[in-house]
Ligand binder design. Structure first.
Ligand code: NAP
Length: 297
């Protein structure tokens, strides 16, 4: 039987319409949530991500402050810009699009962002809070995965979740979020990576399998337990002469094969992708609400 498709676009749409209402409620009280966006250089993929994020902000009434800086911007100038945004009361979230040019130290930059405006959830203070189970700004892609599972009615408590990939932006945080003693989590989590011997022997034990390896076909049909839920975070370009641009996007999972054994599966595109930007909007609205509650407005 074919797996049920988890429709990331539809879930993202539902979250965005809830956020639109929260933005309207804040606006009625005189606060417009603001996202400060910084892009250094002209990497085409980064440019299109930033444009998509700004459009998404606009669509739900978040004000975005667009800062496109030249590739030779010094680290000091970038830190000054961040500091300016840290002080700017119209800005509730700061997004520095990664990767940064080689001459700028990424961890210095992430540390400079006020943790109260760290809507990407990459500041070590927020990473630490997530780790110890406190409320914080959760990183957007892992948070999107957790929301997709919850909103699809997929139970995680007591289930065995196997995550493939241990990056700081996807694998480690999603594993961490799902092992917390909380609603929508409380799973037994196994984290696999390139040092894992015999990936299939772990993936076949998964009730919920999350693939975030960055390589097509990392997860094939024989690696999935019948009835498992499969979440494919991967976004990879593969050559496709039938496409105008010469490529198509695929995930890390062999979708056609795995959807014959899984109970649920996310497509690529249209799965986790739409959730990522949505959770950035979520964090920005949350930050504005927290600031409003503090009575700073
Ligand atoms: P990354 O930094 O390259 O990390 C990949 C991880 O997967 C590493 O930990 C690596 O292990 C592990 N890995 C690679 N091949 C493996 C294999 N054959 N078996 C087991 N583990 C393997 O990638 P990332 O930033 O986490 O992104 C992962 C994928 O998600 C990419 O396709 C990326 O484009 C996509 N992504 C999508 C979104 C979205 O919004 N949909 C957001 C972020 C990322 P080692 O640590 O041992 O090297």
């Amino acid at each position: 039987m074919a797996a049920k498709i988890i429709d990331g676009k539809a879930i993202a749409e539902a979250v965005r319409s809830e956020l639109k209402e929260r933005v309207a409620a804040l606006s009625a009280k005189g606060t417009t949530p603001g996202l400060g966006v910084i892009l250094v250089g002209d990497n085409p993929a980064s440019r299109s991500y930033v444009t998509a994020k700004e459009r998404a902000c606009e669509s739900i009434g978040i004000y975005s402050d667009d800062n496109r800086l030249p590739a030779d911007t010094s680290e000091t100038d970038l830190l000054n810009k961040i500091n300016q945004m840290n002080q700017d009361s119209r800005i509730h979230g700061i997004l520095v699009q990664l990767p940064l040019p080689k001459h700028i130290d990424e961890s210095t930059v992430l540390l400079a962002i006020d943790p109260a405006k760290d809507v990407d959830g990459f500041h070590p203070m927020n990473v630490g809070k997530m780790m110890i189970g406190e409320e914080t700004f959760f990183p957007c892609t892992p948070h999107g995965v957790v929301q997709m599972l919850m909103r699809s009615g997929i139970e995680t408590a007591g289930k065995h979740v196997v995550v493939v990939g241990r990056s700081n932006i996807v694998g480690k945080p999603v594993a961490n979020m799902l092992l917390q003693k909380k609603e929508g989590a409380n799973a037994t989590v196994t984290l696999c990576h390139t040092g894992t011997t015999d990936l299939g022997s772990f993936s076949r034990q998964a009730d919920i399998l999350i693939a975030a390896s960055g390589w097509p076909n990392t997860v094939t049909t024989d690696m999935v337990k019948p009835g498992a839920v499969v979440i494919d975070v991967g976004v990879n370009r593969v050559e496709d002469a039938s496409k105008k641009n010469g490529y198509r996007l695929v995930g890390d999972v062999d979708f056609d094969g795995v959807s014959t054994v899984a109970s649920h599966i996310t497509p690529v595109p249209g799965g986790v992708g739409p959730m990522t930007i949505t959770m950035l909007l979520y964090n920005t609205v949350l930050s504005a609400e927290i600031e409003f509650e503090k009575g700073d407005r």
